[in-house]
Write a protein that binds this ligand. Structure first.
Ligand SMILES: [Zn+2]
Length: 428
């Protein structure tokens, strides 16, 4: 027979099931306070303790305790700050800054043309850069690891450093890359699929290696060093060998639930459409990427017999023809531009970003983003009466992408030094 206590218990469980998001302890939104302090100081360059306390809404005493620990650990330094007013008297104002030589990292961009590397210090300052021509075809994973080693040794030599003085390396890889597991599912620079590239390159370099998709890392570069520093939500659409996108949501790169989201190039813009190099049909990339333009040029301009020429040479020739008034060449760029407008309108309708940055080597082909292309994007967007998002063209070179890879390494080193995994209350 049930007693009154049992039925009370059952009813109580039903009433306390809980609701609302179940967020793991010490997840990103609740990062350890000392990490938040460090990242805020790094972003500002210099920041007085009182401002840190104000911006994080914590007591000055807490900030003093935690910054003392960060100074003792050799991660922050005290710097005499410039006076805000000429009439300031009393003790000199002191600000906090990142100790630049605390850690050095490298960022490397692997691409279809050349591999590029930068060395940066812990405050994000550039120390040296270097580039090497890449093997003309996709290579095996050991060859790619060897090329990475050669490039890293060269950039270290240029800076008068040895590899062992680095703390970590960030690697930007074109293709489908799972940053969390370090696995490359497919890449145009590799002959093989499903490669644990981070692990293989790490073993070859003798250093921790963090990898991500190159579009994500050029986006990280804009977030850390570029036009996106103060923006919560923005998109970077890259036109290189293929078409990629990186997306920042609430000041963080969004990678999808399983690590390889935001593949704008393979969103479908035509049922049963043009064949894409991914094997499917009707992908946006199959209308906009360089191989799509080359395919059209071969047919429309009757350019048979050019199979031995590189994609870059054929594209340059197509661009020259368009500039010289060749209507067939112009219509190829215009059509690609219209498909790009369709893709950008879809991005805008889905995510409503503040800014869309178009980036990459192919942005030299200005037909792709001519005034009529951007006007077409607006006609394909929801008509809400508001202005369309800003579109900026950033034709930076590979160095910016390598900077993004360095930012990945910096953020991983920071996470390892003071992130949730290192929190004394987080358990083993
Ligand atoms: Zn595709």
């Amino acid at each position: 027979m049930d007693g009154p206590g049992d039925s009370d218990l059952i009813r109580t469980e039903g009433e306390f099931r809980g609701c609302g998001p179940l967020i793991p302890p010490l997840s990103e939104s609740t990062r350890p306070l000392r990490q938040q302090i460090f990242e805020r100081v790094r972003a500002a360059g210099l920041m007085p303790r009182v401002q840190v306390a104000r911006e994080l809404s914590v007591s000055p005493a807490t900030v003093t305790t935690l910054t003392s620990e960060l100074i003792e650990s050799g991660l922050l330094v005290e710097v005499a700050a410039p006076r805000e007013t000429e009439s300031g008297r009393g003790r000199p104002a002191v600000a906090l800054g990142v100790r630049a030589d605390a850690h050095l990292v490298a960022g490397i961009k692997l691409s279809d043309r050349e591999h590029t590397a930068v060395l940066v210090d812990f405050a994000g300052n550039l120390i040296a850069d270097e580039a090497i021509a890449r093997h003309p075809n996709a290579v095996g994973v050991d060859d790619l690891a060897e090329a990475t080693l050669t490039l890293l040794n060269r950039v270290c030599a240029k800076a008068g450093l040895t590899r062992s003085q680095l703390t970590a390396v960030g690697l930007a890889v074109p293709g489908y890359v799972d940053s969390a597991t370090g696995i490359v599912h497919w890449s145009s620079v590799l002959q093989v699929r499903q490669v644990p590239l981070a692990r293989v390159v790490s073993a070859r370099l003798g250093l921790p290696v963090h990898i991500d998709n190159d579009a994500n890392l050029v986006t990280l570069a804009e977030l850390w060093f570029g036009a996106g520093r103060a923006l919560a939500d923005f998109a970077v659409v890259t036109i290189e060998h293929g078409l990629g996108m990186g997306f920042v949501i609430n000041h963080r790169i969004y990678r999808g639930g399983r690590g390889i989201g935001m593949e704008l190039g393979h969103t479908k813009v035509q049922l049963d459409g043009a064949l894409c190099r991914c094997g499917q049909r009707g992908c946006l990339e199959a209308y906009v990427a360089d191989y799509a333009l080359v395919r059209e040029a071969t047919t429309a301009l009757n350019w048979t017999g050019r199979e031995s020429q590189s994609v870059t040479v054929i594209l340059e020739s197509l661009f020259d023809h368009a500039k010289a008034g060749n209507q067939a060449a112009r219509s190829i760029f215009r059509r690609a531009g219209r498909y790009l407008a369709l893709g950008l309108a879809n991005v805008s309708n889905l995510f409503d970003p503040e800014l869309i940055i178009l980036s990459g080597e192919r942005m030299r082909y200005d037909y792709l983003y001519a005034g009529e292309t951007l006007a077409e994007m607006k006609t394909l967007m929801l008509d809400t009466g508001r202005p369309a998002p800003r579109v900026e063209i950033h034709a930076w070179g590979d160095l910016l992408w390598a900077h993004g890879a360095a930012a990945l390494a910096l953020s991983e080193v920071t996470e390892g030094l003071m992130g949730a995994a290192r929190d004394p209350f987080a358990g083993p």
